[in-house]
Design a protein around this ligand. Structure first.
Ligand SMILES: Nc1ncnc2c1ncn2[C@@H]1O[C@H](COP(=O)(O)OP(=O)(O)O)[C@@H](O)[C@H]1O
Ligand SMILES: [Mg+2]
Length: 238
């Protein structure tokens, strides 16, 4: 029997003008899995995430999320998307921001739980503009997950945050995945790769390699993931 996937990207290509940002990418993510999309700046991570949530349309190939061919507006309420640049209203309070995203998705009852998860319940009255970068990042995460999405797309969620908060974020992610949420997390930081169940290495719009962190080490011939990645990238170029 063929397995059904929460996310299925089949031979997808996407160009901006003459520039091919994604070139024949195929990957599949199972329910409750944390899939890490790893690659340097400009590799195509954000483009792929936008295709998965249907903000962009592929020029070739297909993207299917929760059984529906994307783009599909109906699927959006089952997806949470934390963008690379925080998309918060700076003049509103933490709670007002989260409440706004909840209202869009008809999920006002999730506000308190989301604020508690990211440990901002006590700061819910603070205006976002007055928050530290880490708190803003936590607020963005609360906005992305307040409607209890089945699929969470996190575009470099831990860039620019301190190691302590990074550990906390991964604790949230793991507990959400354990509860059945599927996650695609992009990163260009290799030390995060080990926290994912499966990795896709992406460069120049192509998937170079895919597997568990252990498998990637094996394929790249190094115990060090960064070295393994570079070895795999070099092999592709030569
Ligand atoms: N809207 C756009 N118009 C033109 N080029 C784009 C656009 N979005 C992305 N690109 C280009 O596509 C490539 C991949 O970008 P992106 O997906 O943002 O990479 P990453 O997230 O891995 O850093 C880059 O070269 C980028 O400049
Ligand atoms: Mg990006």
């Amino acid at each position: 029997m063929s397995e059904t996937y929460t996310v299925s990207v089949e031979d997808v290509s996407k160009s901006f003008g003459a520039f091919k940002a994604l070139n024949g990418v195929t990957l599949r993510v199972r329910q409750g899995e944390i899939y890490g999309l790893l690659g340097p700046n400009g590799a195509g991570k954000t483009t792929l995430i936008r295709l998965i949530c249907g903000l962009l349309e592929a020029h070739a190939g297909t993207v299917t999320v929760l059984g529906q061919r994307m783009p599909n507006v109906g699927v959006l309420r089952h997806i949470g998307y934390m963008t690379q640049q925080a998309a918060l209203y700076p003049a509103l309070s933490v709670e007002e921001n989260v409440r706004f995203f909840a209202a869009i998705n008809g999920a006002e009852d999730g506000v308190k739980e989301a604020l508690e998860l990211v440990q901002l319940y006590d700061r819910r009255g603070s205006v976002v503009a007055t928050l530290s970068g880490g708190m803003r990042q936590r607020c963005s995460l609360a906005c992305a997950l307040v409607h209890r999405p089945e699929l969470l797309l996190l575009d470099e969620p831990t860039v620019g945050i301190d190691p302590q908060l990074r550990v906390q974020f991964w604790e949230y992610f793991r507990s959400m995945a354990a509860a059945g949420t599927t996650m695609v997390v992009s990163s260009h930081v290799m030390d995060e790769a080990d926290r994912c169940q499966r990795l896709g290495l992406i460069q120049y719009g192509r998937l170079l390699a895919e597997g568990t962190p252990a498998e990637i080490r094996g394929q790249g011939g190094s115990q060090n993931l960064e070295e393994a990645f570079l070895a795999l990238a070099g092999r592709r170029e030569s």
